[in-house]
Design a protein around this ligand. Structure first.
Ligand code: SF4
Length: 280
């Protein structure tokens, strides 16, 4: 079974039978990911109406089951119940501190929410906080953040005027001795945290989002997005008029000298295009 699929449960239709609605494909790009309206967030008793209205992507034919049969339910991790109905970043940031939408809150020191200004209409989205960000509670302040600052400066974009955040707000790591080694978030964790990202985007309404790395790009542009194929291209998205993906600065930390130089040049080249697009 596709790991993006989950059961939507059953709807009583009389005569002692229930309609078991099967499995619904939940696309991470669906703006309904903020919660509530999408069948994936409407709990085990999602109405048939909702399923029909959304088109649902139902991948299995409905089957009739006796009402006495209790169907197993699978709980889907999501931040949606923790996201307040507010467009104030302060409200969102403060609510995010209490988020237990997925298991990552148990391991990280704290939620690392986005921060920065929005005067350029530009939002940068990375993957997840790193070790230093986790301890300090601020995004992009560690080694990757320093590379990002350097690239922004070289592209003549003032970092002080840019909002920076991550697709996943808790640090996922693997303990190795005294060190905490970064571990890539999986699709369930990215999808669980996505309501915060959507809420930030709705609050800020950026005219351009730069995704730093494949995780952020897939959270915003969908799981089929390939950075190697579409890096530096501008896409329209339901979340923002323009979205561009470039390399995550942290990938340069692990690269050899030649790859590091090339990667830096590519990030700068993409950010220069971003500056031009914002000025147009
Ligand atoms: S990673 Fe996101 S969804 Fe999971 S607990 Fe942290 S803030 Fe909540």
């Amino acid at each position: 079974m596709d790991d993006l699929c989950h059961p939507v449960g059953h709807v009583a239709i009389g005569n002692g039978y229930v309609l078991y609605a099967g499995w619904v494909y939940s696309h991470p790009l669906d703006p309904g990911d903020r919660g509530g309206s999408h069948p994936c967030h409407s709990g085990p008793h999602a109405s048939l109406d909702t399923l029909i209205r959304t088109g649902g992507g139902i991948s299995a034919a409905p089957v009739l089951l006796p009402a006495s049969v209790s169907m197993p339910t699978k709980s889907v991790p999501t931040a949606a119940p923790y996201v307040p109905n507010s467009s104030s970043l302060n409200d969102l940031r403060s609510a995010a501190r209490e988020c237990k939408g997925c298991h990552l809150w148990e391991h990280g020191t704290q939620t690392v929410f986005g921060e920065g200004r929005q005067s350029l209409g530009l939002m940068l989205v990375g993957e997840q906080p790193g070790d230093q960000e986790d301890l300090a509670g601020h995004p992009f302040i560690g080694p990757a953040g320093r590379i990002l600052s350097m690239a922004l400066e070289r592209a003549s974009i003032d970092r002080e005027q840019v909002y920076v955040t991550n697709a996943v707000k808790h640090f996922k790591f693997e303990p190795r001795g005294k060190r905490r080694i970064h571990k890539k978030p999986n699709i369930q964790e990215i999808r669980a945290c996505r309501p915060w990202l959507v809420a930030e985007i709705e609050a800020l309404r950026p005219s351009l989002i730069v995704c730093l790395g494949a995780t952020a790009a897939q959270a915003i542009l969908g799981p089929d997005f390939r950075l190697t194929k579409s890096r530096g291209q501008v896409f329209a998205s339901p979340l923002a008029p323009r979205v561009l993906a470039t390399i995550h600065p942290s990938s340069l930390l692990r690269a050899d000298e030649a790859a590091r130089r090339l990667g830096m040049e590519q990030i700068i080249e993409d950010l220069v295009e971003v500056r031009k697009a914002l000025a147009a």
